[in-house]
Design a binder for this molecule. Structure first.
Ligand SMILES: [Zn+2]
Length: 417
């Protein structure tokens, strides 16, 4: 595969800007000389927002840089065959300092897109709408005070050109925030004279022109450390990632396939505590499909529940026992037979605890296994994308639903009425 072929896909769609890598330098020059043609538009931008989109600098923390490179290198590096290189996308979190500099504190990996060239329009292609939705979801979840100051994606072997899709995405960002920056990473450019970090900062010069906007791909990037230190440090981190990424991903797969789909599903089957909405009951062997519409309820109200929910046998049995014993104890309490009350209470407590023994042990075993897996995953957690993080969150969600009911039943087994 020659270099030239590798530009094809993105370039093909790019009717507005220079498509090829050979032209990247020319392209940058063209943007500069465009200043004359677009003088009024850029001036308007400066007047309107008080910043020059081509010059307002960007500060990159090492934290953001290592996450960009670390995630990107999973899908594009010299050890991978070029035909397998894929673009990745993420968001930039930070702030605007003194109404001037853009400070990038974090770069969160969001998703892997299509192959960097050929099949650009295949189903793997991440369309802008999907990407923007993912961004909003992450932005809402992930940042409290800082906000998203831009986005990042990779062009493995393609260089720092903007495709029409990229312009579209950047229009969205700059429309909301005139400082918004796009960082593009190309590992092939790392160590180069012009882009030593392998990163270019890109902004539209004249977003008023919509899809016909031009862009600058030479925004000044300031770093937390010297450029040499940044690259040196990141190469060390990438080494660690390469060493353990496979093992890490195996743990995630284990959490999904074994712990959630098998162990948790079996726990609910044998010692069902979570109630399921009746209309959504699906007769299916696929637990994953069946649980999508699950509805969880913690309060016990059999009159209403039976109409609406499928009540697991185990839950029904233990709730009935609890109710029975609670009623007896309340009656004894009224007669003020302290000794009898104590004896009965101990007996009932023992019975319920015996019933709960197996689900308690089973649940503890699952959680112990999960914790072990998380310990392996955590050093590389920062380089996982949304889908991968979601698997962990999904398991946590499912297991905590079960735990809530179990905790409640354990507490009630003490009969502290
Ligand atoms: Zn792109």
């Amino acid at each position: 595969m020659t270099k030239k072929e590798s530009y094809g896909a993105e370039a093909e769609n790019n009717n507005f800007e220079n498509p090829s890598k050979e032209n990247t330098v020319l392209n940058a020059k063209a943007s500069d000389s465009d200043d004359f043609v677009e003088f009024s538009t850029k001036e308007r931008y400066i007047q309107k927002y008080g910043i020059d989109p081509t010059k307002t600098p960007v500060f990159i923390s090492y934290n953001a840089y290592r996450r960009i490179v670390g995630y990107a290198m999973r899908y594009g590096n010299d050890d991978l065959p070029q035909r397998n290189w894929r673009e990745v996308y993420g968001i930039l979190i930070g702030s605007i300092k003194d109404n001037k500099d853009v400070i990038i504190k974090d770069a969160i990996p969001v998703m892997v897109g299509g192959r960097a060239y050929v099949e650009y329009k295949s189903k793997h292609y991440v369309d802008t709408a999907e990407f923007n939705t993912a961004i909003y979801e992450r932005a809402i979840q992930d940042n409290k005070e800082d906000f998203f100051v831009g986005w990042w994606h990779t062009h493995p072997g393609i260089g720092f050109i903007f495709s029409p899709r990229d312009i579209e995405t950047q229009l969205f960002y700059q429309g909301v925030n005139p400082y918004a920056i796009a960082l593009v990473f190309d590992h092939c450019q790392k160590g180069s004279k012009r882009n030593y970090l392998g990163v270019a900062g890109i902004r539209l010069n004249n977003p008023d022109r919509g899809m016909f906007a031009t862009y600058s791909n030479a925004i000044k990037l300031k770093c937390e450390f010297t450029k040499e230190e940044m690259v040196q440090k990141v190469e060390k981190d990438v080494k660690e990632i390469n060493k353990s990424i496979k093992h890490t991903l195996k743990q995630i797969e284990y959490i999904d396939e074994i712990l959630r789909k098998k162990a948790l599903a079996q726990l609910q089957r044998n010692f069902g505590l979570i109630m399921v909405l009746k209309r959504d009951i699906k007769i299916t062997a696929d637990e994953e499909e069946a649980e999508e519409d699950d509805y969880f309820l913690y309060e016990w109200d059999p009159d209403i529940d039976k109409k609406i929910y499928r009540i697991p046998k185990f839950r029904e049995k233990i709730e009935k026992e609890l109710k029975k014993y609670e009623d007896i104890l309340i009656e004894i309490k009224k007669t003020d037979q302290a000794a009898n009350y104590k004896k009965k209470k101990e007996k009932f407590s023992k019975k319920i605890k015996e019933m709960l023994q197996k689900p308690n042990d089973f649940y503890k075993k699952i959680i112990k296994d999960f914790t072990k897996r998380i310990e392996i995953i955590s050093p590389l957690y920062d380089y996982l994308d949304t889908d991968e993080r979601k698997i962990i969150e999904h398991f946590e969600g499912r297991s905590s639903e079960y735990q809530k009911v179990l905790d409640d039943l354990n507490a009630r087994s003490e009969f502290n009425l």
